[in-house]
Design a protein around this ligand. Structure first.
Ligand code: SF4
Length: 313
């Protein structure tokens, strides 16, 4: 537990920002999560993406670097270091793809961030990505500390029906295999789980089964998942997807701020086939225990599905 002096968040942090509310004079336990979005916007344009709930349309079309990224990133590291927060987990990047080959070639922000984090003693790093193969390049391998870096690779589907611009799922899975062979901790994110409704085809039981079977072969031991939150902002970028699913979310869920969220029981039913696939392959499944977007906590799915088996089936 660390006791802190008052800090005006907006004056201090530009790139590295606490995910949960950062209040002055607070005792921080291990729950503080720090996020670093290395770019503005994302070139992969996944149909379901949450960032459409708050991102400016300029960055949907033209993802780019943040202003003065390098200088501000280092300044944030120095401030966080002085606040004794270097042991907390840094997430790269919850609201953009940090390893887009084009953006990294042009700006190199993520490689710079990884090197700087290591230099400043921030060793607990979680990387969220749909392009894990870039991490196999020598520069990235050298910047990563295998013991403390956790790589979370997002592969929610077996084809590109909602992820037209991202590397193929099989390319991602091959990289998962290679990263595990390199000695990294790699988790699979099967997220979001999408309901099938109208013309929208969510994941089938067979799709989950194949996905988890491939993940197991690649050496994955843990899967993380949650159901789709339907961001209202998607209606501007992908209106067909939003309009098709909205009636389902209105019938089986509720609106919370800029998202529609499914009811707890509906979410558990949708995730159940994934849970079955994980169980049959001996892979752990962890799901979000809250629906809050910015500060998620996880629970092992066995703790939910085993005791309430009769209610959920
Ligand atoms: S890769 Fe992630 S941040 Fe980028 S569009 Fe897809 S879901 Fe959104």
């Amino acid at each position: 537990m660390t006791s802190l002096k008052p800090v005006e968040t907006s004056q201090v942090f530009h790139i590295l920002k606490p995910l949960n509310s950062f209040k002055p004079e607070v005792d921080y336990s291990d729950e503080l999560h720090i996020a670093a979005n290395t770019y503005k916007g994302c070139p992969y344009k996944c149909t379901y993406c949450y960032i459409y709930g708050y991102i400016r349309s300029l960055y949907v079309e033209n993802p780019s670097s943040k202003k003065l990224f390098r200088r501000r990133f280092k300044r944030d590291l120095e401030v966080l270091g002085k606040l004794n927060l270097s042991k907390h987990i840094v997430y790269i990047s919850p609201s953009c793809e940090p390893l887009s080959s084009d953006l990294e070639k042009k700006y190199g922000n993520t490689l710079y961030a990884l090197k700087s984090l290591r230099e400043y003693g921030f060793i607990n790093v979680v990387i969220l990505t749909k392009n894990p193969s870039l991490l196999l390049k020598l520069d990235y391998l050298e910047a990563l500390n295998r013991k403390n870096v956790q790589i979370e690779v997002s592969i929610p589907l077996l084809d590109s029906r909602f992820e037209g611009y991202a590397p193929s799922p099989y390319n991602r899975m091959d990289a998962v295999f290679d990263l595990i062979k390199e000695g990294f901790i790699v988790y699979l994110r099967v997220e979001p789980v999408i309901p099938s409704f109208g013309s929208i085809v969510g994941q089938s039981r067979n799709e989950f089964e194949t996905l988890i079977s491939e993940a197991k072969k690649a050496g994955v031991r843990r899967v993380i998942s949650r159901c789709l939150l339907l961001p209202v902002g998607v209606c501007k970028t992908f209106p067909a997807f939003y309009k098709e699913l909205k009636p389902y979310y209105k019938q089986y869920g509720y609106r919370s701020g800029t998202y529609y969220i499914l009811d707890h029981r509906v979410r558990l039913k949708l995730i159940k086939p994934l849970y079955d696939a994980c169980r049959s392959h001996g892979v752990e499944l962890w799901i979000y225990s809250n629906t809050a977007f910015k500060h998620p906590t996880f629970i092992q799915a066995d703790n939910i599905y085993l005791p309430s088996r009769d209610n959920i089936l």
